[in-house]
Design a protein around this ligand. Structure first.
Ligand code: NDP
Length: 246
């Protein structure tokens, strides 16, 4: 596991948006960020799941969270711009942006992938992170210490048969990370990095490996250290890196 112990209060006062915050890794990360002092913006498409996370944060007495109900597959550029306007009015800046939500899509030979399925996966896993980052750049620039984190995958770093548009979208996300990171000059307050979480016990993992015993893999709560490192001040100056959670 990535070796980092997040100190209490690490994220005090930070405003952090996590996509796909209603389940799996995004949910665990949002809860832990709140525990460490962040105001968390929970973005996802399932209101009931987001409300459950919101309630858990409130019940624990942490800084209040916010819910952004948005389907990343359906949202167009105007929807992302409108979200950014609302967040600018409410917060004035953003200190953390975690592109976690993703669609698994079809696990089949590339030439068997239906065009609609290709479009759906690329929309959710690549176009949405681009459009969201683009819309939120003014808020990230308004922060004194902003961190953008892209959730990658081992199949986004080395291609593997039958992983179709999912693998290819993750390669492209690594490209988005590298180009954006390289555009941050010495005076930029923004760092951009990617993380491969590795096999993690979530609904997506169960869909990808239906015959695998879930206990084989760590729970989402166990793989968070690298994310907390990247979101807190200890990673200042770390930019353009492809890291592994495990
Ligand atoms: P889950 O499927 O468990 O959770 C993903 C979350 O993203 C869900 O809350 C889901 O919503 C949300 N989401 C999916 N599509 C959309 C959409 N169109 N709009 C808004 N929200 C959406 O996935 P994991 O937690 O396993 O994965 C998190 C990230 O880690 C992903 O980027 C994945 O590719 C990556 N990853 C995971 C690995 C693993 O072993 N788990 C391994 C390698 C990479 P809903 O609850 O409605 O489905």
């Amino acid at each position: 596991m990535f070796d980092y112990n997040a100190p209490a209060g690490l994220l005090n006062g930070r405003i952090i948006l996590v996509t796909g915050a209603g389940d799996g890794i995004g949910r665990a990360l949002a809860l832990r960020c709140a525990e460490l002092g962040a105001q968390v913006i929970l973005l996802g498409r399932n209101a009931a799941k987001l409300e459950a996370v919101y309630d858990q944060i409130e019940a624990a007495g942490h800084a209040p969270a916010a819910i952004c109900e948005l389907d990343l597959e359906k949202a167009d550029a105007a929807a992302f711009d409108s979200l950014a306007d609302q967040l600018f009015d409410s917060y004035g800046r953003l200190d953390g942006l975690v592109h976690n939500a993703a669609a698994l899509g079809p696990r089949t030979l590339l030439d068997q992938v239906k065009p609609e399925a290709w479009m759906q996966v690329i929309q959710t896993n690549l176009n949405a992170p681009f459009l969201l980052t683009r819309a939120l750049m003014p808020l990230l620039r308004a922060s004194t210490d902003a961190s953008v984190v892209m959730l990658s995958s081992s199949v986004g770093r080395k291609g593997r048969a039958y992983w179709g548009p999912y693998a290819i979208s993750k390669f492209a996300l690594e490209g988005l990370m590298q180009v954006l990171a390289d555009e941050q000059d010495g005076t930029s307050n923004i760092r951009v990095n990617s993380v491969n979480p590795g096999a993690t016990r979530t609904a997506m993992r169960a869909r990808a490996y239906p015959n695998e015993a879930p206990e084989r893999n760590p729970a989402p709560e166990a793989i968070l250290p690298v994310f907390l490192y990247l979101l807190g001040a200890d990673s200042q100056g770390v930019n353009g890196q492809a890291l592994d959670a495990q």
